[in-house]
Design a protein around this ligand. Structure first.
Ligand SMILES: [Cu+2]
Length: 363
């Protein structure tokens, strides 16, 4: 279980974000002028983007037919919260969990991004892994030793411990940071190496390299989309308000469907930051990425990278009012939340014009 940790309380982080103080990658314009143009009404490229440098990214290796790590000259990923540490099973790499394994056996690792606001790259190092499922749904197995994992997503990786045994770190590096966390798989009598909590270089933004390759093992039955919905992802960094179709919670516009139909949701994005979009109550299939039709992964959280257009489809067979939101919790808390609403759903608790209430803290 991967998570992010800060010594700063979340209320204070959010306050900082809303007052524009907390943009960690923000480079001050040497002229002293604010380079952010307020006329854009969306996050500007000049705001947080660092100048291109060597960063870690993921690529598909055609020769080896697997997902691998690569180095790129690209801007470091834009992130809005900088954490003090990343944790795997609640521990830093100084106190990493040692998992005993046997030489020659295969091990299934389920990685869960249980972080508040931090996306990850997962590095299995010298162990070649087979990606068997995303978000708990089987995909056609795909090989790799470097994977992408957005907040709330899950990856099932099968690795085989070499017959000679040894110590095998499974590491995760945060998107847009040098911070690392991980566990070590260790066979009897193997010595566990010291591991640094930081990598030498940062990482690029998550992209569609992996998602484009994924194919559901059990795709949705063939059926055209009956009802296509649009979800335009937007945000304003100056006010730190994040929107879906221009609306911010609680004044959200619901995405209305009839029910008993194949529903598509087309995501477009006008921010420089990617967003892991999570739908409750359904698994959807990724059916189109940047104009390319695919029979992609079945999942419940879709990472929508900057500049991309992605369409998912699902069968509306679970009547109700279901949240659709960004799983970066500071975005969720700052408006990036709407619902998919079935016709005839019980709207007793549906108050789209109500004002947000502060939740009383019981702890
Ligand atoms: Cu978001």
């Amino acid at each position: 279980m991967l998570s992010d940790f800060s010594f700063t309380p979340p209320e204070q982080i959010l306050k900082g974000l809303k007052s524009g103080m907390q943009t960690p990658n923000m480079k001050k314009d040497p002229s002293g002028e604010k380079s952010e143009s307020s006329s854009l009404g969306k996050m500007s490229g000049s705001m947080g983007k660092s100048s291109p440098a060597e960063v870690i990214a993921q690529k598909w290796d055609d020769q080896k037919q697997m997902l691998v790590r690569t180095m790129l000259r690209a801007p470091e990923a834009e992130i809005d919260v900088k954490y003090d540490a990343l944790l795997a099973n609640r521990r830093t790499l100084d106190d990493r969990e040692i998992i005993s394994v046997n030489a020659g056996e295969s091990v299934l690792l389920r990685l869960i991004a249980a972080s508040s606001n931090q996306n990850f790259y997962v590095d299995t190092g010298t162990l070649e892994a087979e990606l068997l499922a995303v978000d708990g749904k089987a995909v056609q197995p795909i090989k790799g030793n470097f994977f992408q994992l957005g907040v709330a997503q899950r990856l099932d990786l099968k690795v085989t411990i070499p017959i000679e045994g040894g110590a095998y770190p499974i590491l995760a590096q945060g998107e847009g940071t040098k911070l690392l966390c991980g566990v070590v798989l260790v066979t009897k009598e193997a010595s566990v190496p010291q591991l640094s909590r930081t990598a030498a270089v940062s990482t690029a933004a998550l992209d569609n390299t992996q998602e484009k390759r994924l194919r559901a093992l059990n795709p949705l039955p063939d059926h055209p989309i009956d009802c296509m919905l649009q979800a335009a992802i937007g945000g304003n960094m100056a006010t730190y308000v994040w929107t879906i179709n221009g609306a911010a919670y609680p004044n959200r516009k619901s995405l209305d469907i009839r029910g008993d139909e194949r529903v598509g949701i087309s995501f477009s994005i006008s921010t420089n930051m990617g967003h892991p979009m999570h739908l409750h109550g359904h698994d959807f299939e990724v059916v189109e990425i940047d104009g390319e039709k695919i029979s992609g992964a079945l999942r419940d959280t879709l990472m929508v990278p900057p500049g991309s257009r992605m369409t998912v489809a699902f069968d509306a067979d679970n009547a109700g009012i279901w949240p659709l939101h960004c799983h970066l919790l500071y975005h969720l808390d700052s408006g990036m939340f709407t619902v998919v609403k079935y016709g005839g759903a019980d709207t007793k608790f549906w108050q789209p014009t109500a004002q947000a209430k502060a939740f009383a803290r019981s702890n």
